[in-house]
Design a protein around this ligand. Sequence first.
Ligand SMILES: [Fe+2]
Ligand SMILES: [Fe+2]
Length: 306
Amino acid sequence: MADLDGIGLLERTKEKYPDMPVVMVTAVHDISVALAAIRNGAYDYLLKPFEREQLLNTVSRALENRRLKVENRAYQTNLESLVQERTKQWQSAMANLERSYDITLEALGDALDLKDAETEGHSRRVTLFTIAIAQAMGLPKDQIAVIARGAFLHDIGKMAIPDAILRKPDKLDPDEVAIMQEHAYRGYQMLKKIPFLTEASEIVYSHQERFDGTGYPRHLKGTEIPLGARIFSIADTLDAITSDRPYRPAQSLKAARAEIERWSGRQFDPEIVKIFLEMPDRIWEDLRNEIDGQTGRAAYTTGAKG
Ligand SMILES: [Fe+2]
Ligand SMILES: [Fe+2]
């Protein structure tokens, strides 16, 4: 080695061929150099003079060591891609499962729309309206999914209310009102046991509460009412006002806005009302048309007089 010593060669070899095992051959008085070489990545060293057997043994151990290292690395890489692959499979299984859940929920919500005297597509519209407001508020996707399920199933407890009360055309008497009001708690009871709907059940429980504490069943006030329920109540009122009712035709978006603004701080959370009022009419028209298209109803027009 003319212009390169053993350590220099070792460094260069490790650079170019990181997997190549290096065995240093050194004289007895160079033992400290040999140890330095090992610290720098040499596999072993042989002291001069050495036997043929010794050389063969050392080299074969070095090769075996290299084989194990390479094998181990391949195993780790495989393991990583295996884990990645499994994670992907698991995520898509979860997504499928969630989709199945949501399809089941849709059937449940639609069944209620048939039983309830409220307008067709109400659950779907209210859900889309709720999602739109939640998005305008910048809420994270996961939270919006929970809120959407709560909104969609808000009146599911009405399943437990007798048709005679639910569909009664005349004004309900006080006893009937009390039974009707049970629907919030009934809905909560139905859903809270389903792990996937526990959070949504809280929204169902609270969907009739009012910001000033005059709602039911628990007379919750302000932020005691789950955020999702506070968003929902604006969406619900918006849909109620802009839908036909047996006793009056649909009113305009303008009328709905005015009504929601008027009840800001009483029925509704004023912070959410502020965001709602900044949202363009176009959103509500498009969403309503989307649902009316699905349910085969006549498209909503803003021309309706309120
Ligand atoms: Fe309700
Ligand atoms: Fe409703």
